[in-house]
Design a protein around this ligand. Structure first.
Ligand SMILES: NC(=O)c1ccc[n+]([C@@H]2O[C@H](COP(=O)([O-])OP(=O)(O)OC[C@H]3O[C@@H](n4cnc5c(N)ncnc54)[C@H](OP(=O)(O)O)[C@@H]3O)[C@@H](O)[C@H]2O)c1
Length: 268
């Protein structure tokens, strides 16, 4: 080998190897349906074993069967992440089963209201921030502390296009998702030297239980389609690729970023 080529590896990893999650353990919250379910199945397709967390035991078990049908291990943990004792117990159960978590997808979130800011109640504010911000914060910090002990990992949060553009009738949700975006950046800075990367997926309108009411509304559904450059809402499957990218070594130099997958809304 000449001096010029001495530092070049004999074979660079193929792009498909970079996306592999073989031998990795992933924890996905809100995995019982919608975006969380699709992300969990995508991570399983890429080779990861899965810990699935949400409140609905039956639905979680159905998703676990879908993971097992892909040849991967799956465990389910039923927990209401708003309750701190249940959040802590859920993380402990996952570590007791797997011993480590290489990928955390902090996906559980709610958007229960679609109303003018002047009509929002204190209880509605508290409920949205309890799930989207507080539970997300303590889940990420709880798992990150253990990831540090295991040499690193990848954390994926679910922000939103509403993190970065004002959205009428979604003030509280948008504020909660702006908080998620800021937590993501701050976590990334705090944990970079411990090899824990933290990035956010920021979807536009995706067809799930969360959005079915507004997307089926004759006026608002049409307004959303018109405000979306690609002219349609997205499908949860359209977030699978970015999730595997962020979970895997394919994104080894990305941290602290918001990845918009929004049909072009934020480009306007
Ligand atoms: N759909 C969109 O257009 C869109 C756009 C931008 C961002 N997002 C974000 O993407 C994430 C997933 O949204 P989605 O559309 O898939 O919503 P979804 O269909 O309503 O599913 C929400 C998931 O979160 C779980 N969950 C909610 N509260 C929980 C709690 N207290 N404890 C444990 N699990 C809880 C639910 O499970 P159980 O009910 O079984 O507990 C469910 O699995 C959310 O963070 C959302 O804000 C969605």
């Amino acid at each position: 080998m000449s001096e010029e080529t001495a530092d070049i590896p004999a074979k660079l990893p193929s792009v498909f190897e970079q996306f592999s999650l073989a031998g990795r353990y992933a924890l996905v919250t809100g995995a019982s349906r919608g975006i969380g379910r699709v992300i969990a199945l995508a991570l399983a397709d890429a080779g990861a074993d899965l810990a699935l967390v949400a409140r609905s035991a039956d639905r979680l078990e159905q998703v676990a069967e879908e993971v097992r049908a892909r040849g991967r291990r799956a465990i389910t943990v039923t927990a209401d992440l708003v309750k701190m004792d249940e959040l802590t117990r859920a993380v402990e159960q996952v570590y007791a089963a797997f011993g480590r978590v290489d990928v955390l997808v902090s996906n559980a979130g709610i958007s229960p209201i679609w109303k003018r800011s002047t009509e929002v109640t204190e209880d509605e504010w508290d409920a949205i921030f309890a799930t989207n911000v507080k539970a997300n914060f303590f889940l990420c910090t709880n798992v990150a502390a253990r990831m540090v002990d295991h040499g690193g990992g990848s954390i994926i949060t679910l922000a939103s296009v509403a993190s970065v553009v004002g959205t009428p009738r979604m003030a509280v949700y948008g504020a909660s998702k702006a908080a998620v975006a800021q937590l993501t950046r701050t976590f990334a800075l705090e944990w970079a030297r411990h090899h824990v990367r933290v990035n956010a997926i920021a979807p536009g309108y995706i067809e799930t239980d969360m959005t079915s009411g507004v997307l089926e509304h004759p006026y608002f559904g049409n307004a959303i389609r018109q405000a979306t450059p690609l002219g349609r809402p997205g499908k949860p499957e359209e977030l699978a690729g970015i999730a595997v990218y962020l979970a895997s070594d394919a994104s080894s130099y990305a941290t602290g970023q918001l990845f918009l997958v929004d049909g072009g809304i934020a480009a306007e």
